[in-house]
Design a protein around this ligand. Structure first.
Ligand SMILES: [Zn+2]
Length: 200
């Protein structure tokens, strides 16, 4: 098996971000960081550090609410405010969007698309948000196939600890961490589809 997979880290930046970036750069890989607007505003130097470490920035909304419950106005604010924060801090405009809790529907996807954002769910959940230890996180990655996207978080200590073995394990399987791009293919997730995959 040969191909690309995407490592994605949600909910940052946090006080764990420096250790996470250190682990990723030591392992020689790049990942996609789905940042929250509020945390980016609180810790802008860590957003800058992510970019300087070669990571890609994604939009994970501003305050991490269930977007399907929001009014149109609130929804647009959740997306746009984070776009503006990340653009102002990093000088880059994110093109990727991950809805909190994977809670998205057509309305949310179209609102994101109008802002030039591709909705990105995941093909494998590491369950690091649910107390998975480093070994469980590494084992979860065995379910990744070429083009797949792994859900991880910026925060859990176990996630940082898992990175070296996770990357080594992927390499053994011929899988290289890459960026995320639009695909016309329908990628099944959570009972529906999204259109994004890992690539070079
Ligand atoms: Zn999240």
């Amino acid at each position: 098996m040969q191909g690309y997979v995407a490592l994605t880290f949600d909910d940052g930046p946090t006080e764990s971000t420096p250790a996470l970036l250190q682990a990723l750069t030591t392992a020689g890989v790049r990942a996609t960081m789905f940042n929250l607007g509020t945390r980016a505003e609180e810790l802008p130097h860590l957003v800058t550090a992510e970019v300087e470490a070669g990571m890609w920035l994604g939009n994970h909304s501003t305050t991490h609410r269930h977007l399907s419950l929001l009014s149109e106005h609130e929804l647009l604010r959740e997306l746009d405010s984070t776009q503006q924060s990340l653009r102002r801090i990093s000088g880059r405009t994110p093109s990727l969007f991950r809805p909190p809790f994977g809670d998205a529907d057509d309305r949310i996807r179209f609102a994101a698309a109008r802002m030039g954002l591709i909705e990105v769910l995941w093909t494998v959940d590491s369950r690091d948000w649910d107390g998975a230890g480093p070994e469980e996180i590494v084992r979860a990655s065995d379910d990744l196939e070429p083009g797949g996207i792994l859900l991880l978080h910026d925060g859990p200590v176990a996630t940082v600890e898992a990175v070296p073995r996770l990357v080594a394990r992927l390499r053994e399987r011929g899988l290289h961490p890459g960026r995320i791009a639009f695909t016309a293919r329908e990628i099944p997730a959570m009972g529906r589809y999204f259109h994004a995959a890992a690539t070079a």
